[in-house]
Design a binder for this molecule. Structure first.
Ligand code: UD1
Ligand code: UDP
Length: 372
């Protein structure tokens, strides 16, 4: 049997984190020739992940621009990736999740009649604009994919309901848990001075916010609510690793810069970030990946969204959706800070995303399918 040529494509921070354990496994398989293509949809955020996990891309499309539009990004990825697919002609293109890179790489592979494997398939909010544009990116990738690696049984059921053939869906757990368990370390020491000097005997909140659907008024309300919570609670410290998107950075500077006990830091590398997650008291975020990781570290998460595609973790009670209204955010954060019983119920809830073996299951399934 000839070797199986698998091209993994990723472009943003979360895809790189969640595909790193898969690429590492692919590289170890003698029967597989692993090719890594990065679109460079993100530059700094992506490069730090590649470095941490010692991933060396074979191709880098370097498409990122300041404040890139979705259409411009789509067009740049599609034309550049097509040339590489033409040269390499892989047996399988592996994509992850719901970004522009994910959808466009799937489309480019389909145009060349190359099979597509979708890692983290089947998550749905059923709301076209939340998260935007990710819900549609994930649905469209699902339509184009040949193999669907679903983290949970619920994700599988969503795909079955969309008439995806059951034999093309594999429940694997989420690869983010593989990456997390490999990276979190009780002995880890922060090199960043602000983090080293944080007083963890206080109530420390880790806050992140970057979603496109919150740009403008909702994000302004969110930032003002965080400022209010800090002003109301002298024991509370907030750490906010600010996403490099100018729409986020400028607003964060306007509303939160210079406020006592709010620490604005740049986007953190994955290693300090997860080790910070492991030490804080509470997480307030609109991130997708953080909703999946935090319960493994027994940290309650308040999610700044009206809907989530991670419904199983709402059901276990580890996260709560609090929306984006100013009043609600303040009320709900204050509740968790004072109500010890609610806090413990959230912190002790189970993580539905698996045991850290998802990447191994994915690679084994690829081997099975392409050698039989
Ligand atoms: C993208 C994904 C989103 C994911 C997020 C993770 C899409 C449509 N969205 O959103 O699903 O949650 O990544 O972070 O694919 N920038 C930099 N340096 C970087 C990265 C970004 O300067 O390393 C700035 C640039 O100005 C860029 C902007 O951020 O134009 C937005 O980046 P983009 O990838 O378009 O969208 P995100 O909001 O990061
Ligand atoms: N993350 C990180 N540094 C940060 C913020 C997040 O390394 O400053 C990690 C986080 O642990 C998770 C992933 O990035 O694994 C989530 O990425 P993000 O929130 O940007 O995107 P989303 O998951 O919402 O698509």
């Amino acid at each position: 049997m000839e070797e199986i040529k698998v091209m993994t494509v990723c472009g943003t921070r979360p895809e790189a984190i969640k595909l790193a354990p898969v690429v590492k496994r692919l590289e170890q398989e003698g029967k597989i020739r692993s090719i890594l293509t990065v679109t460079g949809q993100h530059r700094q955020l992506l490069d730090q992940v590649l470095e941490l996990f010692t991933l060396n891309p074979d191709y880098d499309l370097a498409v990122m621009k300041e404040e890139q539009s979705l259409s411009g990004l789509t067009a740049r990825i599609l034309t550049k990736l097509d040339q590489i697919l033409n040269e390499e002609d892989p047996d399988l293109v592996l994509v992850h999740g719901d970004t522009t890179t994910t959808f466009v790489a799937s489309l480019a592979a389909f145009y060349r009649q190359i099979k597509v494997g979708h890692v983290e398939a089947g998550l749905r909010t059923y709301d076209k604009y939340a998260p935007y544009p990710e819900e549609m990116n994930r649905c469209l990738t699902g339509v184009l994919a040949d193999l669907h690696f679903a983290p949970t049984a619920k994700n599988r059921a969503n795909l079955v309901a969309e008439n995806i053939a059951e034999e093309q869906i594999f429940v694997t757990g989420n690869t983010v848990i593989d990456a997390l368990l490999e990276t979190v370390d009780a002995e880890y020491k922060f090199s960043d001075q602000q983090l080293r000097e944080l007083d963890f005997s206080k109530q420390v909140i880790l806050f992140t916010c970057h979603r496109r659907e919150s740009f403008g008024r909702p994000m302004e309300d969110i930032f003002k609510a965080i400022r209010k919570v800090v002003e109301q609670n002298y024991q509370v410290e907030v750490v906010f690793p600010v996403h490099p998107n100018p729409q986020v950075k400028e607003l964060a500077t306007d509303i939160l810069q210079g406020v006592d006990r709010i620490h604005l830091v740049g986007p953190l590398d994955y290693q300090p970030f997860v080790n910070l997650m492991a030490r804080v008291d509470l997480i307030v975020t609109d991130s997708g990946g953080i909703q999946e990781e935090a319960p493994s570290l027994n940290k309650p998460v308040l999610v700044l969204r009206g809907v989530t595609e991670r419904k199983e973790v709402v059901e276990t009670g580890a996260i709560k959706l609090i929306g984006t209204s100013y009043e609600q955010i303040i009320t709900r954060i204050n509740q968790v800070l004072v109500d010890q019983q609610q806090y413990e119920q959230m912190a002790q809830a189970e993580n539905p995303y698996g045991d850290g073996q998802a990447s191994q299951r994915i690679v084994r399934k690829i081997l099975d399918l392409f050698t039989n």
